[in-house]
Design a protein around this ligand. Structure first.
Ligand SMILES: [Zn+2]
Length: 230
């Protein structure tokens, strides 16, 4: 991704974008556990307090491992396609034990019990990072809506709505925000069907201010997420 400056005001530069606490560290959006090396050159970063920066790591690791396990239908590190996550599980016996216990065979298929609260915690955190970094709209309040669903489980209409780019630029993002500057500097070229691809087959996202603030992202070309603040 191209480096795009934020010329917006200083609302999101002085405090933790996740809790409003002190600016003690820099947190990446998306979190690097969802990406593989080499990392994209210009990952989004936002100020975060140490408690938030460290506090999300365990849920993020859980979610990244869960996704790989679900995609592989297995909770064995050697079956996973992302080597980084295989190594993470090999070095983290509690996550591995948790995911082995979550895996069940049902009617010849495999399902995983999902700790939704942990997944939701990560999804809202990612959305807050995008809102602050991309839109210059840090949001500490609870979102109005959180939608999390595997792309493969969506029906055609849901999928079209989720992927579509219908007239979204009718409302432009805030002047000075990165989203706006991407439009001015690079036109539509930076977008692939409206999506910013952080890393192919790993993470893509898009933002919209058409109906309140909406952040959508797809992790691993598998899990579709949308977080909205009306
Ligand atoms: Zn914080």
């Amino acid at each position: 991704m191209a480096k795009v400056q934020n010329f917006g005001d200083n609302r999101n530069k002085g405090w933790c974008v996740f809790c409003g606490g002190p600016n003690e560290s820099r947190d990446h959006t998306p979190s690097r556990v969802f990406l593989d090396e080499p990392y994209p050159a210009d990952l989004g970063v936002s100020p975060a307090c140490l408690r938030c920066n460290n506090g999300f790591s365990s849920d993020e690791a859980y979610m990244a491992c869960l996704l790989e396990c679900v995609m592989a239908g297995s909770a064995e590190p050697t079956d996973l396609s992302r080597a980084k996550i295989a190594r993470l599980m090999e070095g983290n016996s509690s996550i591995t034990a948790l995911l082995r216990a979550a895996r069940r065979s049902v009617d010849g298929g495999v399902i995983f019990d999902v700790d939704y609260a942990r997944v939701r915690n990560v999804v809202v955190k990612l959305a807050r990072g995008h809102a602050a970094y991309e839109m210059n709209e840090p949001r500490l309040d609870d979102p109005t809506d959180v939608f999390i669903k595997p792309l493969a489980m969506m029906n055609e209409g849901e999928r079209e709505t989720f992927e579509g780019w219908s007239g979204e630029l009718a409302v432009w993002p805030e002047l000075g925000s990165r989203a706006m500057n991407r439009l001015i500097i690079a036109g539509d070229d930076v977008y692939d069907e409206g999506w910013l691809v952080v890393q192919e087959a790993r993470y893509r996202y898009r933002t919209s201010v058409e109906n309140g603030l909406r952040i959508r992202f797809v992790i691993r070309d598998f899990l579709a997420c949308e977080v909205a603040w009306d």
